[in-house]
Design a protein around this ligand. Sequence first.
Ligand SMILES: O=C[C@H](O)[C@H](O)[C@H](O)COP(=O)(O)O
Length: 261
Amino acid sequence: MALAYDPLFITSDKSSTEISLASINLTQDDLKRIAAYKAVEFVQSGMVLGLGTGSTAKHAVDRIGELLRQGKLENIVGIPTSKKTQEQALSLGIPLSDLDSHPVIDLSIDGADEVDPDLNLVKGRGGSLLREKMIEGASKKFVVIVDESKMVKHIGGSRLALPVEIVPFCWRFTAEKLRGLLEGYGCEANLRLGEKGKPFVTDNGNYIVDLVNVEKDMGDLGLVSDAILRLPGVVEHGMFLDMASTVIIAGELGVKIKNKH
Ligand SMILES: O=C[C@H](O)[C@H](O)[C@H](O)COP(=O)(O)O
């Protein structure tokens, strides 16, 4: 769908931008596209790019493909964070590589499920958290793109569904350990299901346990992160602490760009 509003007209590079969009009828997908197009303004020819996964990141990958096709970008190398993004990028003719060949990435662009005021994130509702964390953790700059519905006071608050990637071996054992670890927060640990009620399987052949119904904020997120990662059977979790350089937030009333202090 063509936008009545062209996101490329948002050109401010200040830390906070207020542009009134109130008179324009925007869908949530329009907002995701606006944030994504703004992020792609950071992309320069010759860069190694981390390509995110999800409905918001998809717009950024599309835009990069479009700029390459138009000859406005050259010599880009993309490092996809999932098989799905890999397929999308290949279909757009974006040259691809991996972390083995490119251990340092210039810029990654990706969506998020929750963003707190300190730019800590929850990611992984699409199941791609492990590759995302590896690739975005290897990036000099990590730009997060969200619509305003993703902004929360505390990640791990009452809206939490924190995904944790675990090995399939004795997954009930690991899920129960996770539930026990966060019991004080009223936490349930639910195996994520995919098609036909079978366990959802990640690109890495693992399962996902969603930690849900946490009733209050989890306090020191670093401590919670360490405790989860110490459990045998856990591969990675979806808290991305202190990783984002910039968050671009598209909302009904405008676009805000928040930079890490
Ligand atoms: O595993 C999925 C990723 O972490 C996504 O970036 C995240 O879930 C946000 O996805 P969306 O842009 O579709 O809301």
